[in-house]
Design a protein around this ligand. Structure first.
Ligand code: BGC
Length: 250
């Protein structure tokens, strides 16, 4: 079925129409900048613009960088604190004029990789880490998602791991790939000691550069770059909204 998938990121908000049976994008991606400060009204305005760009009237899935439970945001690491307690689903539905499902952005990317990408057919424990403005996580056991894991916020060198090893930190601190991979490898080793995944999938903005750092990752689990690169967030957001389409049709 066709669903509009939208991925809200720290720097950009991207959307495309997705065929959820195949995971294909049916349109080019439309990308707008994330408004400065990422406050609720401004972000929902951009979500509304993306829906209008596609003249879309059907279900919309949104991947959002926060803990999301029943549509409500419960954290705000790289976005305005005003999101905490905000019903993101209701706010976006109002701006879009369509039914909207909101899920955590890394969970969305993980859903797409498990269905169409590097995690396809994997029945063991699979951990996906998205490397971008923050570090996002999605954990799967026997193919089922354990939502809102937030492993980007485990403590590493006395601070949030994502403040040490995200893509944004690599760029901001002008770290070489070697320097950054050493930090990121420590991060994965810490996670591995806690979760013991069979497979680790690395996604987000940095996944297209995986050749530069995969050789420096030393963990027991198999490690694969995300097969869908940065499209996983859009596709997974659409997958998360499939039940809205089911409700509408039946
Ligand atoms: C947020 C997560 C999000 C991740 C990636 C973190 O700062 O806490 O909810 O999944 O960034 O965007």
């Amino acid at each position: 079925m066709e669903i509009l998938g939208i991925d809200v990121g720290g720097t950009g908000i991207k959307g495309a129409l997705v065929e959820t049976r195949t995971g294909d994008l049916l349109t080019p991606r439309h990308r707008l900048l994330t408004p400065e400060g990422a406050k609720p009204k401004a972000v929902s305005g951009v979500v509304g613009e993306i829906v209008q760009h596609f003249k879309w009237k059907g279900p919309v899935g949104v991947g959002f960088p926060a803990v999301i439970m029943s549509g409500v945001a419960y954290s705000a690491a790289n976005i305005s604190q005003k999101w905490i307690g905000t019903n993101a689903e209701a706010l976006f539905a109002e701006a879009a004029g369509c039914p909207v499902r909101v899920v955590n952005d890394a969970d969305a990317a993980g859903l797409a990789e498990m269905k169409f990408g590097a995690g396809r057919g994997q029945k063991g424990t699979v951990l996906m880490i998205t490397i971008g403005t923050g570090l996002g996580s999605a954990l799967f056991s026997r193919g089922s998602l354990v939502p809102n894991t937030e492993f980007g916020h485990i403590e590493m060198y006395c601070e949030d791991a994502e403040k040490q090893a995200s893509e944004a930190v690599r760029i901001r601190e002008k770290l070489s790939w070697k320097e950054w991979s050493t930090r990121f490898n420590t991060y994965l080793q810490m996670l591995e000691a806690l979760i013991h995944p069979d497979l680790i999938i690395l996604g987000g903005g940095a996944s297209k550069e995986s050749k530069r750092f995969l050789k420096r990752i030393h963990v027991r689990a198999s490690v694969l770059p995300a097969a869908m690169l940065n499209e996983a967030g859009i596709v997974g957001a659409a997958l998360a909204a499939e039940d809205l389409a089911d409700k509408a049709s039946g």
